[in-house]
Design a protein around this ligand. Structure first.
Ligand code: CMC
Length: 389
């Protein structure tokens, strides 16, 4: 009694059973409901992947059209929500806005929400997937001082997001470049789910108390924000900016080896061979830059970092490979997404993963998440009155 398995960082603890996502870190395999991530990223649309994660099967043509229609009918947010935006400073980080505004949705959907009712859970999932691009785009528009752009329900999911990000009332002819919409859609798919990572575990833990699901997703967004997790994509671009030129790469890598700095976008708790998402991301990066005719010097920088890391024993011994965030920033930059929005894009795409895990947990019996600890403080001692201390 009183002794528990000590597992800091949950290196060896399975906290739940799940049928959603499988990862074999040694082989570099990632499957959603059995389908390899490479096939999904190349052949499926993001909304099909959402349907798959939520329901366990890919939709047929009719189910796909119905699902898209359902999502499109929930893209608007309550007009009162804009007041929450107005409470933020214009220079607020958009992830701070996301934590606050998504958490605020719990105030709009609380009293009539019964987490024990499957219909209530389903509509919650739909609302979140539908509204998160609207809120994400609003968080960007607010920080640049432009009016919010309403969702257009005749557009595809990624296309609509880019429309809300970049169209302005002064340019009614604005049209989203289909190459960019396709790349955005693929980035969403590559981030859709990743089993029990820190943010998903946070959503499950918060959800295990029966808390309001919008508040749980807000907790997930907060956990994602850190540079060791979703914040890495923003940190990669900052790192590339700091390195500046290819000539400085070798010197930077020496600093990584003396542990002065971390190589952002490298390493993973689970993948010790390669991150299968990074492969598709690099290929997408090449395609997007070629299609747009962009010659980004940061791509050359990133490739030189990768080349050194893959051949230097320091990185090889520690099994440090590029992860999903290493090349995503270069594509997002090419699409025109500002750096501060990179982690917001991750949050947008991961919302389906978070809510799928929340649904899975609530559709079976579960226990409140309650880790124990290894106590290293004082043994019992007597209280000392203030005049005797
Ligand atoms: N740069 C330099 N050294 C590293 C890095 C890195 N990015 N990652 C790990 N190491 C070293 C670490 O110093 C340690 O060395 P030593 O054995 O000499 O002490 C060894 O590799 C093992 O690392 P660890 O810290 O025990 O690994 P972890 O599983 O606890 O951490 C990680 C995983 C992702 C937090 C870490 O690799 C990291 O901070 N990477 C950079 C941030 C990043 O790119 N995160 C995105 C992850 S993928 C997207 C997502 O899931 O959000």
């Amino acid at each position: 009694k009183g002794y528990f398995t000590y597992d800091p960082g949950f290196m060896a603890t399975s906290a739940c059973e799940s049928k959603i996502t499988f990862i074999d870190g040694d082989q570099g395999i990632l499957l959603h409901r059995g389908y390899p991530i490479g096939q999904l990223a190349e052949q499926a649309e993001y909304l099909e992947v959402c349907y798959l994660l939520l329901n366990g099967e890919l939709p047929n043509a009719e189910q796909k059209a119905e699902f898209a229609k359902l999502i499109n009918s929930h893209t608007m947010v309550n007009d009162q929500l804009r007041k929450f935006f107005e409470g933020f400073r214009r220079d607020a980080h958009p992830m701070a806005i996301m934590c606050g505004v998504v958490g605020a949705l719990s105030a709009f959907y609380h009293d009539n929400l019964d987490v024990n009712d499957s219909k209530h859970r389903e509509i919650t999932a739909i609302r979140l997937i539908a509204k998160i691009p609207t809120i994400a785009a609003m968080s960007y528009k607010y920080t640049v001082g432009q009016p919010f752009v309403y969702p257009r329900n005749d557009l595809g999911y990624a296309e609509n997001f880019l429309h809300m990000m970049f169209s302005v009332p002064a340019d009614p002819n604005y049209k989203v470049n289909p190459v960019l919409a396709k790349a955005m859609d693929r980035i969403f798919t590559l981030h859709a789910d990743h089993e029990q990572n820190a943010s998903t575990s946070t959503v499950r833990l918060a959800g295990s108390t029966g808390a309001n699901p919008y508040a749980c997703i807000s907790a997930g967004i907060a956990a994602l924000w850190g540079p060791a997790h979703g914040g890495a994509n923003e940190a990669v671009l900052k790192m590339l900016d700091e390195i500046g030129t290819v000539e400085n790469v070798a010197g930077f890598m020496e600093k990584v080896k003396t542990k002065e700095v971390k190589l952002m976008g490298f390493g993973h708790r689970v993948y010790k061979n390669f991150d299968p998402r990074a492969k598709v991301m690099k290929q997408t990066c090449d395609e997007v830059l070629a299609a747009l005719g962009i010659n980004d010097p940061q791509l050359a920088l990133a490739m030189e970092l990768e080349r050194i890391a893959l051949s230097d024993p320091y990185f090889v011994e520690r099994k440090l490979y590029p992860n999903v965030d290493f090349y995503s920033g270069i594509i997002l930059k090419a699409i025109g997404i500002p750096t501060a929005m990179f982690t917001v894009i991750f949050a947008l795409a991961r919302t389906v993963g978070w809510i799928s895990h929340w649904l899975e947990m609530h559709s079976a019996s579960y226990k409140i998440g309650r880790p124990r600890q290894l106590y290293t403080g004082y043994t019992q001692r007597d209280f000392v009155p203030v005049d005797k201390r």
